[in-house]
Design a protein around this ligand. Structure first.
Ligand SMILES: [Fe+2]
Length: 283
């Protein structure tokens, strides 16, 4: 079986063909997938048929399985979250519907995440990704110098008591997400520019879901620069967009990408299984 790697955009993302993820990958296939992961940051596989165990086995190729904080796991599977929106759920806020990297509010945010599509709307419900190496590289020399060594404070805004969405906001009832937890307000500092441990490249590491402010600065002082960075980070040239089909699987690197779950499929059911890989402390 020969592996084909087809980039889907200039910035990041590649579709991998000729791989059956339900079986153990041989050494050469596994090496090719790991290489592609570092080259393309987000990998897409189509037409897979995976049991939860097989998805967990694939996820483990990249590191130990991580438990997803604040979200109730699937019955019997502490490492899998069922990402579901029912057709009847209209006008709600959905999981991941803002640009972010997963759980940067953790001391050791997940290295990567895997999303596997069991039921997809005929159209809509795409996921967008953005390349944070490219975002860093495109900053001016002055901005790079200014941000070097600076840390940003991250908190679990959507799950906490201080920065969470208003209680009146309609949220999904088919995915159980903790709200108003004081422990989610805990502040964690991460470098604004992080160096990827495997590639040695620098990436911009702030996002509007979890980043609150720069360390040793007020929210008000931080806001103009952060807003600029958020807008800059997701310029169309740095992004790709994945159109889901039943059996598709995406694997992304949270250390050098952002992603955005497009919530444009009211009236249609969408069901995914999500796993995450343990990460280390950003440096
Ligand atoms: Fe996410």
């Amino acid at each position: 079986m020969s592996i084909e790697i087809r980039p889907v955009a200039g910035a990041l993302g590649a579709e991998i063909r000729g791989v059956d993820l339900s079986r153990p990958l041989g050494n050469s296939a596994s090496a090719a997938v790991h290489r592609a992961f570092h080259d393309h940051l987000v990998l897409f596989f189509r037409d897979q048929r995976l049991t939860p165990e097989q998805q967990m086995d694939f996820t483990r190729l990249f590191g130990p399985l991580a438990v997803t904080p604040f979200v109730k796991p699937m019955d019997g599977y502490p490492h899998i979250v069922k990402v579901l929106k029912e057709a009847a759920e209209r006008g709600i806020s959905t999981f991941g519907n803002s640009w972010h990297s997963d759980f940067t509010s953790e001391q050791e945010p997940p290295l990567g995440s895997v999303l596997y599509a069991l039921e997809t709307p005929e159209h809509g419900g795409d996921t967008m990704f953005a390349n944070m190496y490219a975002a860093y590289d495109a900053l001016s020399d002055g901005m790079k110098r200014m941000l070097e060594g600076v840390k940003a404070i991250h908190v679990g805004k959507p799950y906490g008591t201080k920065y969470g969405p208003p209680r009146t906001m309609k949220t999904s009832t088919s995915i159980e997400i903790a709200r108003n937890l004081p422990e989610a307000d805990r502040e964690v500092a991460h470098p604004v520019i992080r160096t990827h441990p495997a590639t040695g490249k620098k990436a911009l590491f702030v996002n509007p879901i979890y980043t609150l402010r720069f360390a040793d600065m007020t929210e008000e002082e931080s806001r103009p620069v952060l807003e600029h960075l958020y807008a800059h980070a997701v310029r169309p040239e740095f992004t790709c967009r994945f159109r889901w089909t039943k059996g598709a699987l995406a694997l992304w690197d949270n250390r050098c990408t952002l992603h955005y779950a497009v919530n444009d499929y009211d009236g249609r059911r969408r069901l995914m299984h999500r796993t995450m890989i343990e990460g280390d402390r950003p440096v």
